[in-house]
Design a binder for this molecule. Structure first.
Ligand code: S3P
Length: 431
């Protein structure tokens, strides 16, 4: 079902039952690796099926002189970050490949580390906006410059001071970059966010949110205790999202997982589905380094009508492609506004979703900051593109499970950016 340029998919031939191997949460993993690289103890971080983006952070840290030691057995990789560590200026530019989180969080961390570094990335990452991180860091005294607002980014040694910064875009990556810089800045650094975004950095660093006006303030100073990041990172709900959708769509399916990250800023997808009658249950059983963790199970069935507004968007920012597929595949409806931010992701996700849905026989209205449709007819198999975007590849692979006929997705192998074994597992269920 693989050829050099893409992947061929067919309707599911049997229910999806049992469980699947899902990667450890990418957002949490990046943050634990970065904090492990600056705390004063040895950290042993256990990862399930780490994907390419996680390796972008691992190889970046190695290039910066942090001697990470990796061992892999079956689907688990143990990363040992030694107790003694010091950043050194790398001989070559650091290639963040496709990983926006690697690039942006490294900006925040490295601008205080007395290193001279150039950050580069692949074609997709090189198009993505970086001034949003450079501006606040420059205000803190960082010597950081972008190339006309994008990568390559150049960082030079500088001393930082705290600032108070209202986030102009709802972005957990920008928030986290500033907080990481604040760990090494004189005085107090405050980030104020109007809309809640994922809060993994705050949880890891035990920063208590404070309500200010119509937003939330997060404060950090250089005296805080850095946690030991050892332990197994729970499963990524944004990757589970594709399997949950597959189980909902393919009749008779039933899937369950343990050790799932159930952080409240990441489960809006689950809540949206449940509110519309999806057979979906989950429960928090314990916490680890501030993150709620538990089990989740899903059974097939449901029709979906989604309306996503600007407050909800940051909480389902990575789930928009699969939400659109769920609505389209169940003759439901979808309406999205104030979502220009989606045009700055791994692809222009508004265009990628609209284009693929149209090819699958759905009439979609696209506008500058969103799109909408009412799906009247079943999905039709078609020649699609991943637009070099892992989430588009996986979302439309799920659509193919219930589309009529054959679907081919160009460059679908890009899924390995966040899940290296997604297709290998999906093929088990195809006709
Ligand atoms: C992420 C934040 C989000 C999300 C990305 C991961 C993070 O990006 O889309 O996949 O780990 O902080 P933005 O902060 O740019 O919205």
């Amino acid at each position: 079902m693989n050829d050099a340029n893409g992947i061929r998919l067919y309707p599911a031939k049997r229910p999806i039952l049992g469980t699947t191997v899902v990667p450890s949460d990418k957002s949490v993993t990046h943050r634990r690796l970065l904090i492990a690289a600056i705390n004063h103890v040895e950290n042993q971080i256990l990862l399930q099926s780490p994907a390419n983006d996680v390796f972008s952070t691992i190889t970046a840290l190695q290039a910066l002189g942090i001697h990470l030691h990796l061992t892999t057995q079956q689907y688990k990789t143990k990363v040992i970050v030694p107790a003694k560590k010091r950043f050194v200026s790398p001989a070559h530019p650091i290639d963040c490949q496709n990983s926006g989180t690697t690039a942006r969080l490294l900006c925040g961390l490295l601008c205080s580390q007395n290193v001279t570094v150039q950050l580069i990335g692949d074609d997709s990452l090189t198009k993505r906006p970086m001034e949003r991180v450079a501006i606040p860091l420059q205000k803190m005294g960082a010597k950081i410059t972008t190339s006309n607002g994008t990568l390559p980014i150049h960082i030079q040694p500088a001393s930082l001071h705290g600032i108070s910064y209202p986030l102009p875009v709802a972005s957990a990556q920008v928030k986290s970059a500033i907080l990481l810089a604040g760990l090494f800045a004189d005085g107090i650094t405050t980030v104020i966010e109007r809309f809640q975004t994922r809060d993994h950095t705050e949880r890891l660093l035990q920063i208590a949110p404070q309500t200010v006006g119509d937003g939330t303030a997060l404060q950090i100073d250089h005296n805080i205790h850095l946690p030991d990041c050892s332990g197994e990172v729970p499963l990524d709900i944004s990757n589970l999202a594709f399997w949950i959708a597959a189980a909902i769509l393919v009749n008779g399916s039933c899937l369950e997982w343990k050790n799932v990250l159930l952080n409240p800023t990441r489960i809006a997808y689950l809540k949206l589905l449940k509110a519309q009658g999806a057979h979906l249950d989950w429960e928090v059983t314990h916490t680890q380094l501030g993150e709620p963790i538990g089990w989740l199970e899903v059974r097939s069935g449901g029709n979906f009508h989604f309306r996503i507004d600007s407050e909800l968007l940051p909480l389902v920012i990575d789930e928009i492609p699969i939400l659109a597929v769920l609505a389209a595949a169940t003759q439901g409806s979808f309406e999205l506004h104030s979502a220009k931010e989606l045009r700055t992701k791994e692809s222009d996700r508004i265009k990628s979703i609209v284009d693929n849905l149209r090819r699958m026989n759905i009439e979609v209205e696209e506008y500058l900051d969103g799109f909408q449709f009412e799906a009247k007819d079943p999905l039709r198999g078609a020649k699609l593109s991943s637009f070099q975007d892992h989430r588009i590849a996986m979302a439309f692979a799920v659509a193919a499970l219930v589309a009529k006929g054959e679907t081919w997705i160009q460059d679908a192998q890009v899924a390995s950016v966040s899940d290296r074994i997604f297709f290998e597992q999906l093929f088990l269920y195809l006709r």
